[in-house]
Design a protein around this ligand. Structure first.
Ligand SMILES: Nc1ncnc2c1ncn2[C@@H]1O[C@H](COP(=O)(O)OP(=O)(O)OP(=O)(O)O)[C@@H](O)[C@H]1O
Ligand SMILES: Cc1ncsc1CCO
Ligand SMILES: [Mg+2]
Length: 273
């Protein structure tokens, strides 16, 4: 018995409305490329971003954040201890945390770091097809870099096995975003292809997932599908005004900020797979 797209529209709207009402504090330890778009995505959705990553201040700060987003995009050995400590602090404080395993299969160092982070019990893992396949198979060389060379639908089994092994909700972005908790699998088909031509849209939707999970951690599966669908709808509405990737970036943020209930109810496309 799965929800219909109409049910999902109500769920997605409720999550967005709750984020706007409660403005959750989302700590982001993320790559240098994504910081600006990620923070602006969170602000446009009504959340409160904070890009703090100093090891020294995590014990004071992380337990008070409503959610944590960890992204390994520009990983160095110096940053990894802060990522791990923040994940531990979030988990021990009962806060949800979300992992973005950027380019997980690009090197052994990165893959091992991602596997260590998965061991710290993320609430949600969101990557593109190549990243989730590399992580699930623990294999280097499945990716050419930060962009995916796999269709998200090719990663359904990898996502399910990663969800079962990690006990996290796993999301694979792409033309159809796949969301699974290891048992249920849904696809969200909102968004436009040109979102791939803007760097850090994936990083930013992972941060949006963090904000959605923050307002109802007990429903991480629903929060994840909702955030992916809402971000995709903002892209669809933004695309009506865009001339290319640079103006889509601007219009996507504006559309997320101004998103009303009616387009959410008419545009959400989420269904069981
Ligand atoms: N072909 C497509 N059609 C519609 N939407 C898409 C398509 N490809 C990606 N998207 C959307 O674009 C966003 C980014 O997904 P993508 O898979 O490109 O992430 P990513 O590779 O991790 O990106 P980055 O590393 O640059 O942050 C998601 O919201 C996704 O749903
Ligand atoms: C381009 C790029 N390189 C490392 S992280 C990043 C942002 C998209 O993931
Ligand atoms: Mg990515």
């Amino acid at each position: 018995m799965g929800e219909s797209s109409a049910d999902w529209a109500g769920i997605a709207w409720t999550f967005l409305a709750e984020v706007r009402r409660r403005s959750p504090l989302v700590q982001c330890i993320t790559n240098f490329v994504s910081m600006d778009l990620m923070a602006n995505t969170l602000l446009a959705a009504g959340a409160s971003p904070a890009m703090l990553h100093s090891l020294q201040e995590l014990p004071d700060f992380t337990p008070n954040a409503d959610a944590l987003c960890v992204n390994v995009g520009t990983l160095t050995a110096d940053w990894l201890p802060a990522m791990k400590l923040a994940a531990e602090l979030a988990a021990s404080s009962g806060r949800p945390w979300v992992l973005d395993p950027v380019a997980a299969g690009a090197s052994g160092f990165r893959l091992n770091a991602c596997r260590e982070l998965v061991g710290l019990k993320p609430t949600v893992i969101r990557g593109n097809g190549s990243e989730i396949i590399a992580l699930a198979n623990a294999s280097v060389g499945f990716t050419k870099g930060v962009d995916s060379s796999h269709d998200s639908k090719d990663a359904v089994e990898a996502a399910k096995s990663l969800a079962q092994a990690s006990e996290a909700v796993v999301a694979v972005s792409g033309a159809v975003d796949i969301i699974t908790d290891g048992k249920r699998v849904v696809g969200a088909s909102n968004g436009v292809p040109m979102m791939q031509n803007i760097t850090a849209t994936g990083c930013s939707v992972t941060a949006l997932i963090s904000a959605f999970v923050a307002v109802d951690p007990s429903r991480a599966f629903e929060a994840t599908a909702s955030a992916l669908s809402i971000f995709g709808i903002a892209g669809e509405i933004g695309m009506e005004m865009a001339k290319g990737p640079a103006s889509l970036r601007m219009h996507l943020i504006d559309s997320l900020y101004g998103l009303e209930q009616a387009p959410v109810f008419s545009c959400v496309k989420v269904s069981s797979i």
